[in-house]
Design a binder for this molecule. Structure first.
Ligand SMILES: NC(=O)C1=CN([C@@H]2O[C@H](COP(=O)(O)OP(=O)(O)OC[C@H]3O[C@@H](n4cnc5c(N)ncnc54)[C@H](OP(=O)(O)O)[C@@H]3O)[C@@H](O)[C@H]2O)C=CC1
Ligand SMILES: Nc1nc(=O)c2c([nH]1)NC[C@@H]1CN(c3ccc(C(=O)N[C@@H](CCC(=O)O)C(=O)O)cc3)C=[N+]21
Length: 284
C-alpha cells in the first residue's frame, strides 16, 4: 500500500482562510483578537517557531506581539509580567514559549497565566476540563492532530491508538483527546518494554519522541495511520520527523510529513484558540 500523505500545511491554509473571515467580522464589531508571545533566551529553534506564529497571526488578522526577555529574567519578573498581561483587557491569548531556563519554575508560570487566556491549554483548569471531556482550550498540537484526522474522515472510535511519548504538551494530551474520541489508547515511553509489540498493533500511531529515524516501516502495521510529531534538525540543516518517511509510506494508509505536517496545524490551532478567547471575552 502507498499511504495518502496528510499535508497539515494545506489544511492549515484552508482553516486560516476561514478564520480570516471570522476575524474580519469580529473586527467590524470592534473586537481585535490579540495574542502575546513571551520568549526567554536565544534558542534558535524557539525563535523560528515564534516567527511562524507571528506570520500566521498576521495572515489571519490576529494582532500579535512578541516580548523577548533575557535568560537572566527572574521568576518574579516573569510572574509580574504575566499578571500585567492577565490584567490587560486588549490581550486574549498569552503564550510563554517552553522550555524555560532551569532557574524558572515552569509549573508556577503555567499556573499564573489566567485560564481564560491560556491558549496553549496547559493550565491545570483547562487540562482538567479536557480530561472531563468538556469544551475548553485544548493543547494546540494534539488538537491539530485530531483536526487532521477528522479532515480525512479517519475513524477513531474503537481503533487501537498507540501514542509514543507522554510529555505534557504533546503525548499525554493527544492520548486524552483520542480517548475522548472513543479510541482505545496505549501510551509508550522511555520505560516501556518491547515497544515495537505495541507499535505493530496500532491502527493509529502517534509518534512524539524527538529522535530522528526512531521508527521505520518495519515497526508499523499495514494500513496504519501514522502521525509524526517529531521535529528534528538533521546534520545537513534540514528538518525530519521521528519516522523514516519512505519506508513507512509504503506500509501506512495515511502518513504526515515533516515539515508541512503537524507543525503548521499547531500554529493554526493556536490562532483558533486566540479567536475563541476573544469571542468568549466579548460574549460573542
Ligand atoms: N510539530 C509540532 O507542532 C510540535 C513538535 N514537537 C516535537 O515533538 C517531539 C516531542 O516533543 P515533546 O513531547 O515536547 O518532547 P519531550 O522530550 O518532552 O518528550 C519525549 C517523550 O518521548 C519519550 N521517549 C524518549 N525516548 C524514548 C524511547 N527510546 N522509547 C520510547 N519513548 C521515548 C519520553 O519518555 P519519558 O517520558 O519516559 O522520558 C517522552 O515522553 C520533538 O521532536 C518536538 O520538537 C513538539 C511540540 C510541537
Ligand atoms: N508554550 C509553548 N507552546 C507551543 O506550542 C510550543 C512551545 N511552547 N515550545 C516549542 C514547541 C514546538 N512547537 C512547534 C510549532 C510549530 C512548528 C512548525 O510549524 N514546524 C514547521 C517547520 C518550521 C520550520 O521550518 O522551522 C513544520 O513542521 O512544517 C514546530 C514546532 C510549538 N511548541
Amino acid at each position: 500500500m502507498t499511504a495518502e500523505v496528510i499535508y497539515g500545511s494545506e489544511l492549515a491554509e484552508k482553516l486560516r482562510k476561514e478564520m480570516q473571515g471570522e476575524v474580519s467580522s469580529l473586527r467590524e464589531k470592534g473586537v481585535i483578537p490579540k495574542l502575546t508571545v513571551v520568549i526567554i533566551g536565544e534558542d534558535p529553534a524557539s525563535k523560528s517557531y515564534v516567527r511562524g506564529k507571528q506570520k500566521a497571526s498576521k495572515e489571519v488578522g490576529v494582532d500579535s506581539n512578541l516580548i523577548e526577555l533575557p535568560t537572566t529574567t527572574t521568576q518574579q519578573e516573569l510572574l509580574d509580567l504575566i499578571e500585567e498581561l492577565n490584567d490587560d483587557s486588549t490581550i486574549h491569548g498569552i503564550l510563554v514559549q517552553l522550555p524555560l531556563p532551569d532557574h524558572i519554575n515552569e509549573q508556577q508560570i503555567i499556573e499564573a497565566i489566567s485560564p481564560l487566556k491560556d491558549v496553549d491549554g496547559f493550565h491545570p483548569i483547562n487540562i482538567g476540563r479536557m480530561v472531563a471531556g468538556k469544551d475548553t482550550f485544548y493543547p494546540c498540537t494534539p488538537f491539530g492532530i485530531i483536526t487532521m484526522l477528522k479532515s480525512k474522515n479517519i475513524q477513531m472510535e474503537g481503533k487501537k491508538a498507540v501514542v509514543i511519548g507522554r510529555s505534557n504538551i504533546v503525548g499525554k494530551p493527544v492520548g486524552l483527546l483520542l480517548l475522548n474520541e472513543n479510541a482505545t489508547v496505549t501510551y509508550c515511553h522511555s520505560k516501556t518494554r518491547n515497544m515495537k509489540e505495541y507499535t505493530k498493533e496500532a491502527d493509529i500511531l502517534i509518534v512524539a519522541v524527538g529522535k530522528e529515524h526512531f521508527l521505520s516501516g518495519d515497526d508499523i502495521k499495514a494500513g496504519a495511520v501514522v502521525i509524526d510529531v517529531g521535529v528534528n534538525r538533521m546534520a545537513n540543516g534540514k528538518l525530519t520527523g521521528d519516522v523514516e518517511f519512505e519506508s513507512a509510506k509504503d506500509k501506512a494508509s495515511y502518513i504526515t510529513p515533516v515539515p508541512k505536517g503537524v507543525g503548521p496545524m499547531t500554529i493554526t490551532m493556536l490562532l483558533h484558540n486566540t479567536i475563541k478567547s476573544a469571542r468568549q471575552f466579548h460574549n460573542l
